[in-house]
Every structure is written in structure tokens, then in C-alpha cells.
Write a protein that binds this ligand. Structure first.
Ligand code: PGA
Length: 254
């Protein structure tokens, strides 16, 4: 089965509304002819409606960086799935390692957030990945297995058909040190077989598994040549429209 690659930009806590609109507008213009890559950008919550208007009718779609799992309520400072869809988001990043590390998100919370997203019709981009210590102690697969099993606890294959799984080794995020192609290939193959065992072969074949962690124009081609890599989740290198466009226009023949 052919999976359309996805190249997603996680803008984290960068860019004011006007700055986000400027970059999104440049990006949309630079990518206006692209039909074979799903392009997504995830700006800060407050920029979502502004950026939604800026990319309307272009190949660029919108994602959020987080959400709360309750539908509504007294949760000061939080944001719901319905608020995100109303603001123009189609995707939502869930369980990013920065959320897990600095905001103590657990696999159980990730699971609830995925449930909230799916219920509201938002497509979850579920982030998983091992720390450097876990890799050094040869706990990489055990860690990923637990994150997938607990994070997708109780879901049937039909419910998560639009899920995107993002493998982001924590030690490769924002460090400039991307995982090497052998490491990425091994993990992506493992994840696909895990999805097959846990859900179904159809689901495993249709779900996109993207890689994240120091992706840049210099390493995207070799990453995209790996059979089980269906795209990339890009942090730092997505902030500049020209650089991000180079990643979106990857060429596996180079
Ligand atoms: P990076 O971030 O590309 O800056 O390493 C990736 C991410 O956090 O998704």
C-alpha cells in the first residue's frame, strides 16, 4: 500500500501571530504545486485561526501542539479538541517528549488525549521515543512497546486509522544529532510489526510512521529512502520557510 508522505513542522513556542502568518504565507506560496506530500504546520494555539486563514486553499494544513483530554470544564489554561477544530486544526501532536519531560505527561494521559482527538475528528500525531539512557541500556524496544501499548490502550483499528506515529528519539531532538539510518530503519520496522501484531496488517500498512529529531535538508533524502519512513516531524528546521520547503521537496534519488 502506498502511504502519502507527511512532512510536519512543529513550531513549538516560537513566533508571534504575525510572524507565524508571514512564514506560513511564504511556505504556502513555495509549496503551492505540491500534491504528493501532506504538509502540516503546528503553530502556537493563539496563531491557529490566523494561520488557518493564511493557508486556506493551499496544500498546507494545520495542526496543534497539544490538547486537554476533557471535553470542557474548569481547567484553567487548557484547550479542548473542539476548540482546536473550530480554530482550523486538522491534526494534533500528542505526547511530544517535551510534554512528557517538562509537563509530566504519562502514557495514560497520551491515551486519553488520543481518545479526545479522535472523538472530535482531529487526527493525532502520537509521539514516542526513547531517551539516551534507555538506548544505552538496550531498553529502546521495551520503551517504545510500552508507549504504543499504553498510549493506544482500548482502541480498535478503525478508530485510529488516521493516526500518525512519530518516532522521535529524545536524544536526537534539538541536538543536531539525528539518529543514523540504520537505527531509524530498525525502529520503524519494529513499530510497523508492532502495529500489525496489536491491530491488523491492514492498519499497520496504512498508518504513517514519521521520523523526528534533527531533520534538516541535509539528511531528509537518506531518511526518506528508508522503506518504513513515511515522512518527518521537524522542529528547528521548520521555522524558516525556505529551509522547510527544501525538506518538503526531498528527493530520494539524490
Ligand atoms: P528538532 O525537533 O527537529 O528541532 O530536533 C523535532 C521535534 O521536536 O519534533
Amino acid at each position: 500500500m502506498k502511504r502519502m508522505p507527511m512532512i510536519a513542522g512543529n513550531w513549538k513556542m516560537f513566533k508571534t501571530g504575525p510572524e507565524a502568518v508571514k512564514t506560513a504565507t511564504q511556505l504556502a506560496a513555495a509549496c503551492k504545486d505540491i500534491t504528493d506530500v501532506q504538509i502540516m504546520i503546528a503553530p502556537a494555539f493563539v496563531s491557529l485561526p490566523l494561520v488557518a486563514a493564511a493557508v486556506k486553499g493551499t496544500p498546507v494544513c494545520l495542526g496543534a501542539q497539544n490538547l486537554h483530554f476533557e471535553k470542557q470544564g474548569a481547567f484553567t489554561g487548557e484547550i479542548s479538541a473542539d476548540m482546536l477544530t473550530a480554530a482550523g486544526a486538522e491534526y494534533v501532536i500528542i505526547g511530544h517528549s517535551e510534554r512528557r519531560q517538562y509537563f509530566f505527561e504519562t502514557d495514560d494521559m497520551v491515551c486519553k488525549k488520543i481518545r479526545a482527538a479522535v472523538t472530535a475528528g482531529l487526527k493525532p500525531v502520537m509521539c514516542i521515543g526513547e531517551t539516551e539512557t534507555q538506548r544505552d541500556r538496550e531498553k529502546t524496544f521495551l520503551t517504545l512497546d510500552k508507549q504504543v501499548s499504553d498510549g493506544l490502550q482500548g482502541f480498535g483499528p478503525e478508530e485510529i486509522k488516521d493516526l500518525v506515529l512519530a518516532y522521535e528519539p529524545v536524544w536526537a531532538i534539538g541536538t543536531g544529532k539525528s539518529a543514523d539510518t540504520g537505527q531509524v530503519e530498525e525502529v520503524h520496522q519494529y513499530l510497523r510489526s508492532l502495529l500489525e501484531k496489536r491491530f491488523s496488517s491492514d492498519l499497520a500498512q496504512s498508518i504513517r510512521i514519521v521520523y523526528g529529531g534533527s531533520v534538516k535538508p541535509e539528511n531528509i533524502n537518506e531518511l526518506m529512502r528508508i522503506t518504513d519512513v513515511d515522512g518527518a516531524l521537524v522542529g528547528g528546521a521548520s521555522l524558516d520557510a525556505d529551509t522547510f520547503t527544501k525538506i518538503i521537496r526531498f528527493d530520494t534519488t539524490l
